[in-house]
Design a protein. Structure first.
Length: 262
């Protein structure tokens, strides 16, 4: 018994491309290659996801990518929170070495992977941000690993604090770029980069001046930054399909879109 498989259409009547035996047919026009009593085709939906029935023994599938942003934000937030607690000398702890494993593993590697997955889903901003800060945490961890002898190289010079200050100043610039790029996204995301930029500013000034109070202030702003990141991550997981409620993030994309002329 033959049957027909129809291509999926979006609510906006976007173009649908159909791939049949290696050939593309845009605008929803498609041909079927009937064989063994059935029609076979591979459809590309407007979202870029394939629906394939070219293997009749297997069910029709619609491959989807999960949202990698909450994972990247959780890695960033957790590592930032722990280091910032050390920066404010919580419980009298000021030496940051314990955070190295977290910085390389969760804030570094996992966040870098989240950035790579953002490339797969087509989110250029997320891919660039997560990959960059994943690289930041990995490089920060390398600074304090004895085998790399980075700290030892500055012994007797008195330049280590200035070198770290320049390092943090570079990340202040990077973060400012992300802040500008996020101004049309959401209030929550823009706030995240704003507070992170203030954090880097205070920390590199503290390294240059040796001010303990400025260093503590940088840690306080880092804690605020971490909780904003936690909030955005939770908002990304509490979707209408998976939760009884959602969290507002202050979407700015619609507010800044000019109204179409009537």
């Amino acid at each position: 018994m033959s049957h027909e498989v129809k291509p999926m259409r979006s609510h906006a009547d976007a173009e649908t491309s159909t791939v049949v035996n290696g050939s593309h047919s845009p605008n929803g026009h498609h041909d079927y290659n009937s064989g063994h009593g059935g029609s076979v085709a591979r459809f590309i939906t407007p979202g870029g996801n394939p629906i394939d029935n070219t293997q009749p023994a297997f069910p029709v599938y619609h491959r989807r990518f999960a949202n990698p942003s909450p994972l990247g934000l959780m890695g960033f937030a957790t590592t930032t929170f722990v280091l910032s607690m050390y920066n404010v000398s919580a419980r009298g702890v000021s030496t940051p070495n314990v955070v190295l494993g977290l910085a390389i593993g969760y804030g570094g590697l996992v966040q870098l992977l989240a950035g790579m997955w953002e490339f797969a889903v087509g989110n250029t901003f997320g891919a660039t941000a997560f990959s960059s800060y994943g690289g930041f945490w990995i490089s920060f961890g390398f600074l304090y690993i004895p085998q790399f002898q980075i700290v030892e190289a500055y012994e007797g010079t008195g330049n280590f604090a200035d070198a770290v200050g320049i390092y943090l100043a570079a990340w202040f610039i990077v973060t400012f770029i992300f802040f500008v790029a996020s101004l049309r996204s959401s209030i929550a995301l823009s706030s995240l980069f704003f507070f992170l930029d203030i954090t880097f500013l205070l920390l590199f000034v503290a390294e240059f001046t040796g001010s303990g109070s400025v260093h503590t202030a940088g840690g306080a702003f880092g804690i605020i930054t971490a909780f904003i990141a936690y909030y955005i991550a939770l908002a990304g997981m509490l979707t209408k399909d998976t939760s009884h409620f959602t969290l507002p993030i202050g979407d700015l994309s619609r507010a800044s879109t000019p109204k179409s002329s009537q």
